[in-house]
Design a binder for this molecule. Structure first.
Ligand code: G1P
Length: 300
């Protein structure tokens, strides 16, 4: 029987240009959403899905990421002395639930290139990719990945890719997939017949957008090596998945269910929206934010 998947790769090397000046010296993955940096939400999702070895692909100006995931005995001692139980509980993500590994993408050669830097870490194991600027919101945020890993194992897949429906006017921002049949059932794997990265307006085959979570077999590395750079000189993960499909490898799309949502923080509009939703849902402070927004709404 196949061993459970234990490894995950989080690409977090993007330059965050659309979030300047916030990202001038600070990685976009470390911007707070609610009370935690974005990347901590992603790491906690992976830990809850049972992933124990996490490789973060960083880059220049990203060193604070390593500090954030590094246990700090002095800080813990100070909190213990102060009897600050709440803050101590908030540091639980630093427990021994996972080991962190880091490597750097020193030139912006695209998402596919970033993933290819994980080849030595992954070796011959199946693995998860979770984009470091996208969050899954659900009662159980790890549920999609758990189900995708199970489908991957069960089907002997080369790739299982999370997708979500997006409005037609937004398809040009995403990887867009084609499937067998018209409408995929949510929460079930469906064979993917094609995939295209950021199709020009009016040319998208569907409105099923790649939703930042993937399960791969190591076969992806061989196709990444054979993927030619796009017109911006970047190697796209989407193009490598397309090669897998064209080789006849089993590749599946997995549609998020109605109660599972992906948030991204690629620009200020989506970042503000994400922050507000997380602040509203916060178990400690949400009621105060709700009160504030209700009062504020009268002024708008
Ligand atoms: C990346 C992927 C794209 C995917 C998107 C999801 O694009 O290339 O296929 O749909 O993430 O967030 P990016 O957002 O890096 O431009």
């Amino acid at each position: 029987m196949a061993r459970p998947i234990a490894k995950a790769v989080i690409p977090a090397a993007g330059l965050g240009m659309r979030l300047l000046p916030s990202t001038k010296s600070q990685p976009k993955e470390m911007l707070p959403v609610g009370r935690k940096p974005i990347l901590q939400h992603v790491v906690e999702e992976l830990q809850a899905a049972g992933l124990r070895q996490i490789l973060i692909i960083t880059g220049r100006r990203k060193r604070v990421i390593e500090d954030h995931f590094d246990p700090d005995a002095e800080l813990v001692a100070a909190l213990e002395q102060a009897g600050n139980e709440a803050a101590l509980a908030d540091l639980a993500y630093l427990g021994d639930r996972s080991r962190f590994f880091y490597t750097r993408q020193s030139t912006p050669k695209g998402l596919g290139h970033a993933i290819s830097l994980g080849a030595d870490f992954v070796a011959s194991d199946d693995f998860v990719v979770a984009l470091g600027d996208s969050l899954i919101v659900a009662e159980d945020p790890a549920a999609p990945l758990r189900a995708m890993m199970e489908a991957h194992r069960h089907l002997g897949a080369s790739a299982v890719v999370a997708v979500e429906k997006v409005p037609q006017e937004e398809v040009f921002r995403y990887g867009i997939v084609s499937i067998d049949g018209a409408e995929p059932p949510p929460g079930e794997p469906v064979a993917m017949t094609d995939i295209v990265e950021k199709p020009a307006p009016g040319t998208a085959p569907t409105n099923l957008a790649v939703a930042a979570r993937y399960v791969f077999s190591p076969a992806i590395f061989e196709t990444l090596n054979r993927t030619t750079p796009d017109k911006r000189g970047e190697i796209q993960l989407t193009d490598a998945i397309r090669l897998l499909i064209h080789k006849g490898e089993p590749v599946y799309a997995w549609l998020l269910t109605r109660n599972q949502r992906r948030y991204d923080v690629g620009n200020f509009e989506s970042y503000f929206r994400t922050f507000i939703d997380f602040a509203l849902a916060d178990e400690r402070y949400g009621y105060l934010v709700r009160k504030y927004i209700k009062a504020k709404a009268y002024e708008l």
